[in-house]
Design a protein around this ligand. Structure first.
Ligand code: ASP
Length: 587
């Protein structure tokens, strides 16, 4: 057994005999003396072999990077002038006496002892080597601290860790299901859970009162954004608590994490209604680190001849909004063209702008392709409403409200980052008062969260006019990222049926898919509610990582494949036959 981790050796161990086990990080030959940097999960120690001990010297000379070795030696201080203040073990070195090669290693596909630009696919294919890099080791160790901290907090607050099945029925969270064919039930399939939603609700019906689970969830989504087909949630459910009480508990958990693991006091978590978030930030997860806001100018442009603005301004589903960017008048034509392309991703047909060069000259001081269409007076009124100053640029969105919100909302973040307008490091908030339903392009309604979320009205009111109804849902947002979300649930059968009805789910379909839930609601279901946090995203934010792939040990690629194991893979004809599956070959 080792006596110390390499990275733990300090001056205090000088004179001690130690046993180290680890990997050869680097081997250097310095005029007859061999230096091995030996690495383990705690760090690196320098081990010196001199020719006096012939046998171990020869062995040390023969090792290569990433060999696994065992070393016996004595800790001593480094000769004066050779200390390395950059290394935690930089004051000492180990005089190597015995060396055993525990295993050899081929030359790794990428170097670990020097920074090397390697493509992510190479790193993922050899993830076990990539995971040796100290940066990633640090992140995964941090992840372990987070789950430990979370478990402690929840256990202290009376939550019970209960596992729920992975082979189950569909749980709708808005994505496609991963299906698993059943061998014993011909033609039938399990679905992997998109979340433990229904099971955690059933646990409340059973009286467990407070449940949590660090749960794997599976969603077969188009992986445009930084998402993973399988990811981890901190899943929570409680009985008999109000929205405020649940939010308070969840907030306490996140606050404790930030204080204890990062030394950060998160401060206030303001509450913002969904409608206000959309209006001011064009997003239901506003990044409050940036000062800019979307400002409505519908009333000012409703009467202009410029149809591009007047049309949406007078359409009940339209919106004309302006975004003032301080200091943005410096943006070049090329940058503005890039932003125009950027907003087109969100369906915007163009990006109108006004540069404020010299407001004291009135409309003369405005530089823009659209002032002549808007008219000088309206242009100046807009400047006044926005409090524009010389040096600013104002961008406009005019279209269906959904497009304007998405386009300007995203532009706000993009420009804010490009121009370094971020004002503080952490900006948490709760978004509340979500609409119960969202209208799809075909005019049908879908649940904005999931269909088990409780509306803020009676079943009759809901069925009579579902469009404007709010739900009892809440999302925790940090720096423009949704960290977690949940709701008070429906615990009444009639209400659950009413929601299914509005969603166009027939009684038969409801019975077939969720009969077990409707049944459970008949047998004394307590009022209950909860929420779930995306663990990967939380850790990504806390570690300042650019992608969730950086904080997952074995992530999948953007196309939902595992390069390491080459999954998903084909299966044998025999396996398919056993499952009663015949593949349709695409020619
Ligand atoms: N099940 C929800 C989700 O995965 C979270 C919740 O409502 O508790 O988004």
């Amino acid at each position: 057994m080792r006596s110390h981790y390499c990275g733990d050796l300090r001056k205090e161990q000088i004179g001690e005999d130690v046993v180290l086990m680890g990997w050869v990080h680097r081997r250097r030959d310095h005029g007859g003396v061999i230096f091995l940097d030996v690495r383990d999960r705690e760090g690196i120690a320098q081990v010196v072999f001199d020719p006096d001990r012939e046998e171990s010297f020869k062995l040390a000379d023969s090792v290569r990077n990433e060999y696994v070795i065992e070393i016996r030696g004595t800790v001593r201080s480094r000769p004066q002038g050779t200390e390395n203040p950059e290394m935690p073990t930089g004051q000492i070195e180990v005089l190597g006496k015995e060396l055993k090669i525990l295993n050899r290693a081929d030359t790794p596909p990428f170097q670990l002892d020097e920074f090397q630009q390697v493509g992510e696919d190479v790193r993922l294919r050899h993830r076990y080597i990539d995971l040796r890099r100290p940066e990633i080791q640090k992140k995964l160790r941090f992840r372990s601290k987070v789950t430990h901290n979370v478990r402690n907090y929840l256990e202290e607050n009376g939550f019970l860790d209960i596992e729920t099945p992975v082979l189950t029925r569909a749980t709708p969270e808005g994505a496609r299901d991963y299906l698993v064919p059943s061998r014993t039930h011909e033609g039938c399939f399990f679905a992997l859970p998109q979340s433990p939603q229904l099971f955690k609700q059933l646990l409340m019906v059973s009286g467990f009162d407070r449940y949590y689970q660090i749960a794997k969830c599976f969603r077969d989504e188009d992986l445009r954004a930084d998402r993973q087909p399988e990811f981890t949630q901190i899943d929570i459910e409680t009985s008999f608590l109000s929205e405020e009480e649940i939010m308070g508990l969840a907030e306490g958990m996140v606050r404790k994490l930030f204080t204890e693991l990062l030394g950060v006091e998160l401060g206030d978590f303001p509450r913002m209604p969904y409608s206000e978030a959309m209006q001011r930030y064009g997003s239901d997860k506003p990044d409050l680190r940036l000062p800019m806001e979307l400002v409505d100018v519908n009333d000012l442009v409703a009467g202009v001849d410029f149809k591009v603005f007047a049309g949406p301004a007078t359409d009940p589903k339209g919106r004309v909004a302006a975004l003032k960017v301080p200091g943005g008048a410096e943006l070049t034509r090329k940058q503005i063209d890039e932003y125009t392309k950027f907003v087109s991703i969100y369906g915007a047909k163009g990006l109108a702008w006004i540069k404020v060069n010299a407001l004291e000259q009135g409309a003369e001081g405005l530089q823009s392709p659209i002032v002549k269409f808007l008219g000088e007076e309206v242009s100046l009124q807009i400047m006044q409403r926005l409090g524009a100053q010389n040096g600013d640029i104002v961008f406009f969105g005019a279209d269906r409200a959904k497009i304007v919100n998405e386009a300007l909302g995203a532009l706000r973040i993009r420009v804010g980052e490009d121009l370094n307008l971020v004002e503080r490091q952490w900006a948490p908030l709760w978004v509340v008062d979500f609409p119960m339903f969202e209208e799809l392009d075909d005019g049908s309604l879908t649940a904005l969260h999931h269909p088990f979320t409780s509306p803020n009205c009676t079943p009759d009111e809901l069925v009579a006019a579902p469009e404007g109804k709010l739900s009892r849902a809440y999302d925790m947002v940090l720096n423009g990222t949704e960290l977690g979300g949940g709701s008070i649930r429906i615990h009444d059968q009639e209400m659950q049926k009413a929601v299914f009805k509005v969603l166009g789910i027939s009684d038969e379909e409801a019975e077939e898919k969720f009969g077990f839930l409707l049944n459970a609601l008949k047998y004394g279901a307590p009022p209950h509610g909860g929420l779930a946090f995306g663990l990967d995203r939380l850790i990504m934010l806390m570690t300042g990582s650019a992608s969730i792939r950086e904080v997952i040990a074995f992530p999948k690629t953007q196309s939902a494949a595992c390069l390491l194991t080459d999954a998903p893979g084909e299966v044998s004809a025999a396996q398919l036959r056993e499952l009663n599956i015949r593949l349709r070959k695409t020619p």
